[in-house]
Design a protein around this ligand. Structure first.
Ligand SMILES: C[S@@+](CC[C@H](N)C(=O)[O-])C[C@H]1O[C@@H](n2cnc3c(N)ncnc32)[C@H](O)[C@@H]1O
Length: 246
């Protein structure tokens, strides 16, 4: 699986959402987990009124809502697909389609840049360009949060299964009857039309790096490290607080 497949996974998710929170692409208790994560991001970057926030890969828009409450001057979110954009726009969010390595944002326009749980699905060769893009859009003195960067390869956010039965059982126990039934219908359809039952599950981590390597890449893009710490769950990822020199 390549990172472009992950974009297809985002598209598929947007086409079958039950609630907007599905766009955060987290499993159980997604709403609560996403809220907690975005709350600590708000705290880590010291988000305040008057800030200009860019949230790269903004998921279900939770951070954008929090920014609104804080009273930021602007808050814009970027998403991988037009399907996700359409859903969030319908709920009143200021969002655009854009990839990490080509941000549709002007130079030096953000006082805060957040990119959480996104770089892990971006292919390694695009990471330097993605970090340079963050540097380009950041105002001098900007605070930058790059979160959930895995330091080991591995699987997440969803497990992979060899059989339809295992897949269905996992979906039932994790997401409930509706998701189970939706997948069952798709599987029956695939059988009828003779399509292979390939599910774009977005499991593969495309990029991971040890802190030394990641900090080196960020510094090569012009960014300065403020601190980094281990993410709580899963505990195989690091969060980085960076800045652009004033
Ligand atoms: C796991 S969700 C994380 C959402 C949110 N940042 C959070 O922490 O709740 C991944 C997000 O990254 C976006 N995304 C995926 N690939 C991307 C890429 N190459 N460039 C920019 N965004 C991407 C998706 O649209 C999705 O919103």
């Amino acid at each position: 699986m390549h990172s472009d497949d992950y974009v297809e996974y985002c598209r598929e998710t947007a086409r079958h959402v039950r609630t907007l929170h599905d766009l955060a692409l987290r499993g159980r208790n997604k709403e609560e987990i996403t809220r907690q994560i975005q709350e600590y991001i708000v705290e880590a970057v010291g988000l305040q009124s008057g800030d200009d926030l860019v949230d790269i890969g903004c998921g279900d828009g939770t951070l954008l809502r929090m920014a609104e409450r804080v009273g930021t001057k602007t808050a814009i979110g970027l998403l991988a697909t037009d399907e996700e954009v359409a859903l969030l726009r319908r709920s009143g969010f200021n969002v655009k389609q854009g990839f990490t390595d080509q941000l549709p944002i002007g130079d030096e326009s953000a006082s805060v840049v957040v990119c959480n749980s996104v770089l892990l699905v971006v292919s390694r060769e695009k990471i330097p360009a993605s970090l340079r893009e963050i540097y380009r859009i950041a105002k001098p003195g900007a605070r930058i949060f790059v979160g959930e960067v895995p330091f080991i390869p591995g699987c997440a956010p969803e497990p992979k299964f060899e059989s339809r039965r295992e897949t269905l059982s996992y979906l039932y126990h994790t997401y409930g009857l509706r998701t189970w039934f939706g997948m069952l219908r798709r599987m029956i359809y695939w059988t009828l039309v003779g399509k292979p039952p390939v599910i774009l599950d977005g499991t593969q981590i495309s990029f991971y790096a040890q802190p030394d390597e990641f900090i080196g890449m960020a510094e090569a893009a012009g960014l300065q490290i403020v601190r980094y710490w281990q993410h709580e769950y899963p505990n195989t990822r690091n969060n980085y607080l960076l800045q652009k020199a004033s």
